[in-house]
Design a binder for this molecule. Structure first.
Ligand SMILES: Cc1cc2nc3c(=O)[nH]c(=O)nc-3n(C[C@H](O)[C@H](O)[C@H](O)COP(=O)(O)O)c2cc1C
Length: 119
């Protein structure tokens, strides 16, 4: 990571949790990340305030306090690609089972613009 000035870290939410490997990457590299510009993004189906709350509980507080940008580009669920267990879990999401297409690519454009405008 030493050669990068800006680091963007992202993942997706499954049953309220961010991927463990993303969380452990953040913890393992805490010192280096605090010396760099960091942006975070989270893919999830919830939107608005609920999505923001998921982002806030997914990433460590120290990283969110340090981040110059936070993006919520939405999410997608392709029902025919899910495992049986995942299908059961998805039933509890705010929509009946089926493909759920809620990407907001403009959120990533905004993140890219935030990177470009860094001093
Ligand atoms: C089993 C399962 C559980 C999920 N749980 C949540 C959730 O708790 N909250 C949410 O907002 N989205 C949830 N989602 C939606 C995912 O975050 C979304 O599909 C995302 O785009 C997945 O990205 P990925 O395919 O890159 O991992 C869930 C999706 C699946 C399949």
């Amino acid at each position: 990571m030493r050669e990068y000035d800006v680091v963007l870290i992202g993942g997706s939410i499954y049953a309220g949790k961010l991927q463990r490997k993303v969380v452990s990457f953040c913890e393992k590299n805490r010192g280096a990340l605090l010396q760099r510009r960091v942006g975070v993004f989270l893919c999830c189906l919830y939107q608005g305030e609920e999505a923001l709350m998921q982002l806030q509980s997914a990433f460590p507080d120290w990283l969110l306090a340090h981040a110059f940008a936070r993006a919520l580009p939405g999410g997608e669920v392709h029902y025919d690609r899910l495992t049986f267990l995942d299908r059961l879990l998805v039933r509890s999401l705010p929509h009946p089972p089926g493909d759920l297409l809620r990407m907001r690519p403009e959120a990533m454009d905004e993140l890219a613009a935030a990177v470009k405008s860094l001093p």
